[in-house]
Design a protein around this ligand. Structure first.
Ligand code: NAP
Length: 184
């Protein structure tokens, strides 16, 4: 969440809050003092609250942009939305951050770079994040885990020989947290 500059009181919405990426995003944002709205289906609402979410929006009954009010960050780990859809709820200088690479997220991210420069960061912007191994980040995460402020949510475990079943579970988009492949 470094790209978002999350701090105390930052208003953050996490789409896909019950999934492998989103369950960490909710906890990282809370650990930094953000006010978090989790977007997930109703059966996962309690889970999202246990992860620390202050509010939950059930995407099956209402689009989150109708209920969240102004947000500083929308973190999208699902990719059903786009910068264009989310921009109306972003505060001046607010950020739409997606983990889903694609033509629209790449273009929006490139265009935002230029717009941010031209407007000195006063307009909302779009960002595509790709995971890169980073020792400093991992140290911070390990510290949060040691303090019990961030936990790994495990959906299921599979031996390596059942990697296909693990992949099918992943493709189902129903996982609650991470899917673990165990290597003996
Ligand atoms: N950029 C990167 O470096 C990077 C790194 C890792 C992953 N990714 C990508 O990030 C995406 C998320 O990965 P993941 O592991 O978090 O996926 P995941 O764990 O499979 O996500 C499953 C979760 O998504 C929720 N969900 C499904 N449709 C939704 C919707 N319309 N709105 C809100 N929530 C919805 C489900 O909740 P419900 O059952 O409540 O619907 C479920 O809990 C994937 O596309 C993955 O490829 C990118």
């Amino acid at each position: 969440m470094n790209i978002g500059g999350v701090g105390h009181g930052t208003r953050v919405t996490v789409c896909g809050a019950s999934g492998g990426v989103g369950s960490y995003a909710v906890q990282f944002a809370k650990a930094r003092g953000a006010r978090v709205t989790a977007v997930c289906s109703a059966p996962n609402a309690d889970l999202a609250r246990r992860l620390g979410a202050d509010a939950v929006a059930d995407y099956k009954t209402v689009h989150f942009t109708k209920v969240v009010g102004e947000q500083d960050i929308v973190f999208d780990a699902v990719g059903r939305d786009s910068f264009g859809i989310v921009a109306p709820v972003l505060a001046p200088g607010g950020r739409y951050i997606t983990t889903i690479p694609g033509a629209s997220s790449v273009l929006a991210s490139l265009a935002s770079g230029a717009i941010r420069l031209a407007t000195l960061g006063r307009k909302p912007s779009a960002h595509l994040v790709l995971v890169r191994a980073n020792g400093d980040d991992l140290e911070q995460i390990a510290a949060l885990m040691a303090q019990g402020r961030v936990k790994s949510l495990i959906d299921s475990r599979y031996p390596l020989a059942e990697a296909r079943a693990a992949l099918e579970r992943s493709r189902s988009w129903r996982s609650r947290g991470k899917i673990v492949l165990e290597v003996a």
